[in-house]
Every structure is written in structure tokens, then in C-alpha cells.
Ligand binder design. Structure first.
Ligand SMILES: [Ca+2]
Length: 340
């Protein structure tokens, strides 16, 4: 009888402890979910509910393959946007409880709403599925996508007749492009490689494979020193044009209240990166040092006039002096806008 009583009491004790463990993990999970919209900034300390703190001997966080006992949002471990982490809660009996969480990190400064005025319009060949777009002098260099139709071409702004054009093999879907000196670099979507052409003739010089950390090729631009590449995630990768197969560094992109992924066609101008966001009628102005969105240009009105479905989206940013040229996939126009 006594034995049975002891065993029952012990079982009850385990049950109570397990329930308490569950309660603590739920408390932490609820708190983390409630913080996702507000997020954190670099330098903040992750807050832990009081009942969890009282129950724990020590708390660490694991992020990718690193573990930290500091609960500070340190740019060494965290990026802007979503971070998938695990809380390791060491409790009094030496056991470690684990709880997964998504920690959002947002920019400290508020993104500016930018405005624009249309100052000119030019024709654009609506057959062109624009993936890369830049202007040099009065010549547009454009990379067009779609399997079987992918190519690199150049034409005078104001016309649509190519001055030169090179088609890609049937299995290639072309993406972003950028001018570097007398060469032009062009990405492919899922072929894990890029092409380098002579800018004048558009003759192929060579190919280069992607760094393993780059999933797909989306947008490309050049800041005068490094190529900047988007791969459809929230990341922008910096590459040395002399060795484009190696990522030098990367940043993630977020505003003060929102993380952005599916970053598409890019353009570097005057200290900022400008980025299309796939299927959104906006262009982001991004600080290349840390990925913070400093401005948002809403082009809903122009986009509405040119977009009929899911594919013919705003995509294409170039600069003509300080005015921006914008276009989209299969659009029949290029707009020159003065941006404030
Ligand atoms: Ca561009």
C-alpha cells in the first residue's frame, strides 16, 4: 500500500513538473509571438517573461550553428528581417528545455515616403520580359528572361530596335545585368551561373559559376567597386567583379516595420541601392552599409496602367542623370521620373 502511494506521488510529481515545463514554454512562445510585429532593433535585449526567468537557471539562444548567452540583438548573429532561433532554457534539475522562435529585426530609422513626377516617356518593346535594365550614355542595356527567349541587347533610348543582341541557349532563363567598365555581366535564374560579355559587341567572353550560398540569380547592379546581387530572398550579396564566384559580404533588407524579400531588379545610384520587389508596385531605397530601407517610392499609379496579370510587373530601374528610368516586364513604355 505504502509502495503504491509513493509511486503515485512520484508520478504526480513528474506530471506536475512536466506540466510546469509546458506552461513555461507556452509562456515564452506566446510572448515571442506577441513581439513579432513590433520586432527588435540592433542593440536591444530580448525580453523574457518573468515566470520563465524565475524557472530558469540559465538561458542561451542558438542561431544557425552558433550559441550565445547574451540576449542582445547583435549584428554578429542577427540579420535584419526574420531570424529563426532556439531558446535553450536550463532548469533547476539540469534539464534543458528548448523553444523555437522567430525574432524580427527592423531598421532603426523610419523609411521616407518618396514622391515623383513623370518628366518623359519612351517606347519599350512589349515583347521584352525585362530582368536587367541600365543606361549608359543614351544606350539602354537590357537583359530579357523566359526560357527560349532569353537574351542580352542594347538599343538607343527612344527606339526599340536593337543595336546588338545575343541570345542565350534554350535551357537558360536570363536575369539581372550590370555594366562594369567595358564588360556587361548577366545572371541566370536557376542555371547557377552568369555570363560576361563585351559591352560594345555583346559577344560572350566567359561564364562564371555562382557561390554556393547564392540560390538563384535575380537582380544585379554595380556600385563602382563591387557587384550587388539579389537572389529572391531578403539578402543582397556583394561580389568582386574580378572573382564573381565568391560572396564578399551580404546584407539583409528591412524597413522600420517590415522585412522585404523577393528583391528583384536593382540599381546603384549616388550612395543608395534601389530595388524592385517582385509583384509589388514599389521601389525601395536601401542603405548599402546595413540593409536599412531609407525610402519607399510608391509607383502604384504607373503600375496599374501597365500591369494586367501576375507576370507583367514593375521591374527595371536605371538612371538618366539624377532622373530615374523605370519600366516593367512586357511594358510598352519606359518612364523618366524626377524623384524627390
Ligand atoms: Ca538596373
Amino acid at each position: 500500500m505504502k509502495k503504491i502511494f509513493l509511486a503515485s506521488a512520484f508520478a504526480l510529481l513528474i506530471l506536475v513538473a512536466c506540466n510546469k515545463d509546458k506552461e513555461i514554454l507556452n509562456s515564452l512562445n506566446d510572448y515571442n509571438l506577441s513581439r513579432q510585429d513590433k520586432g527588435y532593433h540592433f542593440g536591444d535585449k530580448i525580453q523574457i517573461p518573468q515566470d520563465v526567468l524565475e524557472y530558469a537557471d540559465a538561458i542561451t539562444i542558438s542561431l544557425a550553428d552558433q550559441e550565445s548567452s547574451s540576449l542582445i540583438i547583435d549584428p554578429k548573429f542577427f540579420t535584419l528581417g526574420e531570424n529563426d532561433i532556439t531558446f535553450n532554457i536550463k532548469i533547476k534539475n539540469g534539464e534543458v528545455l528548448q523553444q523555437d522562435a522567430t525574432i524580427n529585426v527592423f531598421a532603426k530609422t523610419k523609411a521616407r515616403a518618396m514622391s515623383y513626377e513623370i518628366v518623359n516617356q519612351y517606347p519599350h518593346d512589349p515583347k521584352n520580359f525585362v530582368q536587367g535594365f541600365q543606361l549608359d550614355g543614351n544606350i539602354v542595356y537590357e537583359s530579357d528572361g523566359q526560357t527560349g527567349q532569353s537574351r542580352i541587347l542594347k538599343y538607343n533610348l527612344g527606339t526599340t530596335t536593337p543595336l546588338a543582341s545575343t541570345s542565350q541557349p534554350q535551357d537558360v532563363f536570363s536575369e539581372g545585368s550590370a555594366i562594369v567598365g567595358d564588360k556587361i555581366y548577366q545572371l541566370t535564374w536557376q542555371n547557377k551561373k552568369g555570363f560576361i560579355y563585351d559591352k560594345n559587341s555583346l559577344k560572350l567572353i566567359k561564364e562564371f559559376p555562382y557561390d554556393g550560398m547564392i540560390g538563384e540569380g535575380w537582380g544585379l547592379t554595380y556600385d563602382g567597386k563591387e557587384l550587388i546581387l539579389s537572389d529572391g530572398t531578403k539578402n543582397l550579396y556583394f561580389l568582386n567583379p574580378e572573382n564573381p564566384s565568391k560572396v564578399v559580404r551580404y546584407i539583409s533588407v528591412a524597413s522600420d516595420k517590415e522585412a522585404y524579400d523577393q528583391l528583384n531588379e536593382l540599381e546603384y545610384h549616388n550612395g543608395s541601392i534601389y530595388a524592385n520587389v517582385w509583384q509589388k508596385p514599389i521601389i525601395l531605397q536601401i542603405n548599402p552599409a546595413n540593409g536599412e530601407v531609407t525610402g519607399i517610392l510608391d509607383l502604384s499609379n504607373i503600375t496599374k496602367q501597365n500591369t494586367t496579370g501576375n507576370d507583367d510587373v514593375l521591374n527595371g530601374i536605371a538612371f538618366k542623370g539624377d532622373n530615374m528610368l523605370i519600366t516593367g516586364k512586357n511594358w510598352s513604355r519606359i518612364y523618366e521620373i524626377a524623384v524627390k
